[in-house]
Design a protein around this ligand. Structure first.
Ligand code: UT7
Length: 324
């Protein structure tokens, strides 16, 4: 994967927001529906509860509006909308078209489906458009997996859920926040995690687990190498929120202490494209990122995809100037 050429126009994140459906499904609720237990789910996944309900467009509009409000920018000034989702509301048109209209945007809009790596894929796309002249891009990650989950299948029903997270990227003078990135996919492994059109998620959990740790570590290592940084310099790692044991194993192999990981899965479950932005926004809201900090975003998902980015918060020096 290429390193970032010098002289390209960079970007920084200037606003963010999240949305979770109001309905909470606890492990104890699932105990009444399935042959499972709260203790098993917590021990094997780290999940205590999850939010379910809503549509992909509805949740995206909610998180997207919060991100726009926080950035304090006119929706008409957004140059592109990228919506990462693996659960669009319809086959055609892209759900991003619905979101574009509802948010009052007047710009290109498209969906990206890279499963749980989708938000990282979308962020790379967004930085690419800014390098090509866009000034403001809205990037959203949303999934409504409850709609494609078989609620009688304990292998999957205890894991998946719904949510959304969004960020606004604005062009800056100079190189910006993105220091390194990596996108990967391995179609030969698609059989381990998939949903047919109109069908539910099918998963070989153990095989997905085994591969997940390896491909997250590989992707993160490539991104760090492209960025010219080492694991000890990372201030915060924002991993895909699939399973606390996957996060622990990946952090251990990367030699990044768990205290540096952003984790929200205990309350959100696995929300696929939304999981990385939900964890990132939580860390930002809790003041865990300071200007100049290095942040590693790393995901994996069906495909099997993997993706990662190294962001320096606020750009080099932490105080890059947004272009007017
Ligand atoms: O975004 C990517 C999405 N997917 C993933 O990230 C999934 C990755 N995989 C995983 O997270 C884990 O493999 C699971 C959480 C799915 C399962 O954990 P595990 O430690 O791999 O459990 P297992 O499949 O080896 O099952 C252990 C036992 C089995 O019973 P026996 O054979 O030991 O008697 C299962 O039948 O647990 C049983 N089991 C359950 N028990 C209670 C499987 N699912 C459940 C359940 N509740 N929900």
């Amino acid at each position: 994967m290429p390193t970032i050429p010098s002289g390209v126009r960079g970007a920084v994140i200037t606003g963010w927001g999240t949305a979770l459906p109001p309905k909470v499904l606890t492990n104890h609720d699932l105990e009444k529906m399935l042959d499972t237990s709260h203790d098993w789910i917590v021990e094997r996944s780290g999940i205590h509860e999850r939010h379910v309900g809503g549509t992909t467009a509805g949740l995206s509009v909610e998180s997207g509006r919060k991100a726009l409000d926080m950035a304090g920018i006119d929706p008409l000034s957004i140059d592109a909308l990228v919506l990462a989702t693996t659960t669009p509301d319809r086959c055609v048109p892209a759900t991003s078209a619905t979101v574009q209209q509802a948010l009052g945007l007047r710009c290109g809009a498209f969906d990206v489906n890279a499963a749980c790596s989708g938000f990282d894929y979308a962020l790379v796309q967004a930085h690419g458009m800014i390098a090509l002249g866009a000034k403001k891009v809205l990037c959203i990650g949303t999934d409504t997996l409850a709609r494609i989950t078989d609620w009688t299948d304990r292998n999957t029903a205890v894991l998946f859920a719904d949510g959304s997270g969004a960020v606004v990227l604005e062009a800056v003078e100079g190189p910006g926040q993105l220091l390194g990135w990596d996108l990967d996919a391995d179609g030969s492994a698609e059989k381990y995690l998939y949903a047919e059109l109109g069908g539910n998620i099918q998963m070989e959990g153990k095989e997905v687990f085994r591969r997940a740790v390896r491909i997250m570590v590989d992707s993160a290592t490539k991104s760090m190498s492209h960025a010219g940084v080492t694991a000890d310099q990372i201030a915060l790692v924002v991993p895909h929120q699939a399973n606390i044991r996957i996060i622990e194993a990946a952090c251990s192999r990367l030699d990044i202490p768990m205290e540096k990981a952003a984790v929200v899965l205990q309350h959100t479950g696995n929300t696929s494209s939304a999981s990385i932005p939900l964890a990132l926004c939580d860390a930002l809201d809790n003041g865990r990122v300071q200007p100049g900090d290095l942040v590693l975003l790393v995901g994996f998902g069906a495909g099997m995809t993997a993706a990662s980015l190294i962001l320096q918060w606020g750009g080099p020096g932490g105080d890059s100037k947004v272009l007017a």
